[in-house]
Design a protein around this ligand. Structure first.
Ligand SMILES: NC(=O)c1ccc[n+]([C@@H]2O[C@H](COP(=O)([O-])OP(=O)(O)OC[C@H]3O[C@@H](n4cnc5c(N)ncnc54)[C@H](O)[C@@H]3O)[C@@H](O)[C@H]2O)c1
Length: 497
């Protein structure tokens, strides 16, 4: 019995996504009720592992190649804090043009359209004011690719509508908020044979790319364990009270309890381990949250007693901790905290039988990458063919000099190719530019996307599964196999040149 039927049985109503999210799309801001509806679905008593057979006519999308597109016609939905600056990247990327922009606010579409026109001489079509205007845009403009930078509740439906309209969909993180919606996205991609890539930009960070390169060279041996996080103190977003991400995200922190933003740390670790790509895949997850104190305290301190934030009951643990077990038995610690005053950290740690690579700050240790190896050319540079046995792994190899040696030895070829242009264009240190460059490059060349629809679904599934686990006292939750067993056929992501 698939999750849609189970939800109907568990809740007594047909909780279709068009009901919940169709309703949300009618309204500019679903408010706390939208986030509460998501939470109710995510903690419902259902068999998370249930998989219905792939419908006839649908195909497995791992490794999918779409026909080449000479010049990719890009449409962008959502021009807020993320979408506004992000749209500018397309103006420096070859083989694409921005043909339409859409937002609820006409000042946002005007600002971005003005910028595109100034840089390219061509004004993109503008769609605004109506939450459904994007559908008109899809029908009238018929873009090749749609970039979705809107609030979380809208991601799944917009991606589905974009694919149904014949476009490839590129969706900000997370891909969707419930298992039911993740399945709908996967099923739509398989039926329409359109790419649906979640835009996990952190997989294109310089250090993440370098670690992938090092892991693929076997420098840390057999992989055992990873640590992933999104630790970013963002309480100030609550000052975006009526517009901007704080205005809608804050409702999720109140109504839900789990890891609501898991993919920035997890995406890179999952690709080091080639999860859902031939080698290994996601199996189970357990999650616990700390007490939920910080958001309510912040609201009390900074907003009047009768302010809408002070009327919320914040349920989401300030620090969320999950452990994922993979099919091969590897472990991944996934943490999330946007509330506590502590420095930014994505952990980005990958540990193998021969060494460990870690970030924040960048540091490595291991039998094949030790200070001894680094400093003694006769024994090989870090990670060289020579293996030192001098116990360099008892200390981290770190610091400014270590960083520059590591970059000199192991920078990913993609970073070497695009790093300079990426730094010029900016966007989280250049990772946004590299990601969007690859999106267009893959569409132009008819190559598979670096992140397939199943990876987006697995990484995002940590949201709903962690909510369910926390609600059940930390009980293990089984990942649905979004690939229906076909992950074994998909090649690991290669080191892209
Ligand atoms: N990958 C990253 O580094 C990163 C960084 C920031 C945000 N994000 C993600 O980007 C997305 C957007 O976040 P944000 O911070 O820009 O939020 P935001 O609130 O600033 O912007 C969202 C925009 O979407 C528009 N919008 C809402 N409903 C719409 C509809 N029906 N049709 C057209 N436009 C609509 C809003 O008017 C708003 O301008 C979120 O999913 C967030 O998680 C990712």
């Amino acid at each position: 019995m698939d999750i849609r039927h189970q939800l109907k049985k568990a809740t007594g109503v047909v909780v279709s996504c068009t009901m919940v999210f169709g309703g949300i799309l009618q309204a500019q801001d679903p408010g706390p009720a939208g986030a509460e509806a998501v939470h109710a679905k995510n903690i419902a008593s259902v068999d998370t592992a249930a998989v219905s057979p792939r419908p006839e006519g649908s195909i497995y999308m791992g490794g999918f190649r779409a026909p080449k597109i000479d010049c990719v016609r890009v449409a962008v939905i959502g021009l807020g804090e993320r979408g506004n600056p992000q749209t500018s990247h397309f103006l420096s990327i070859p083989h694409c043009e921005v043909v339409a922009v859409c937002d609820l606010h006409d000042d946002a579409t005007k600002q971005v359209a003005d910028r595109v026109e100034k840089r390219t001489g061509k004004r993109p079509a503008e769609y605004n004011k109506d939450p459904q205007a994007y559908k008109k845009m899809l029908a009238e403009v018929k873009p090749d690719a749609v970039i979705i930078n809107t609030p979380w509740e809208t991601h799944a439906q917009m991606a589905i509508d974009a694919m149904e309209a014949g476009a490839h969909a590129f969706v900000e993180v997370p891909l969707a908020l419930t298992l039911e919606d993740l399945w709908r996205v996967v099923d739509t991609a398989e039926r329409t044979q359109k790419h649906c890539m979640m835009l996990e930009n952190c997989n294109y960070g310089r250090n993440e790319l370098m670690f992938l390169n090092m892991v693929r060279q076997g420098l840390i041996g057999e992989l055992l364990h990873g640590e992933a996080a999104y630790i970013h103190e963002l309480r100030m977003q609550m000052f975006s009270e009526n517009r901007g991400c704080g205005s809608w995200r804050t409702n999720h922190y109140a109504a839900r309890n789990g890891n609501l933003y898991p993919t920035h740390g997890l995406g890179p670790v999952a690709q080091y381990m080639s999860l859902a790509r031939g080698e290994d895949s996601f199996d189970r997850i357990v999650s616990f949250g700390s007490p939920a104190i910080g958001r309510a305290a912040y609201a009390k301190k900074h907003f009047p007693a009768d302010h809408k934030w002070n009327k919320l009951q914040f349920k989401c643990g300030d620090m969320s901790n999950s452990i994922i077990k993979t099919k091969l038995g590897r472990t991944i610690l996934v943490q999330w905290d946007e509330t506590s005053p502590r420095p930014y950290d994505r952990k980005n740690l990958i540990q193998g039988t021969a060494g460990t690579l870690a970030d924040y700050p960048l540091r490595v240790a291991g039998e094949r990458i030790s200070p001894g190896a680094a400093d003694s050319p006769e024994k090989g540079q870090p990670g060289g063919a020579e293996i030192t046995s001098e116990g360099g792994y008892h200390e981290w190899y770190e610091g400014e000099e270590a960083e520059s040696k590591l970059y000199a030895m192991y920078d990913h070829p993609l970073y070497k190719r695009l790093g300079e242009e990426a730094r010029k264009n900016g966007g989280h240190g250049g990772m946004d530019y590299i990601m969007l460059y690859r999106v267009i490059e893959c569409l132009h060349n008819g190559e598979p996307m670096d992140q397939n629809v199943y990876e987006g679904a697995f990484w995002s599934a940590v949201g709903p599964l962690s909510e369910k686990s926390v609600n059940e006292g930390g009980a293990p939750q089984v990942f649905p196999d979004f690939t229906r067993g076909d992950w074994k056929k998909t090649s690991p992501l290669p080191v892209i040149q």
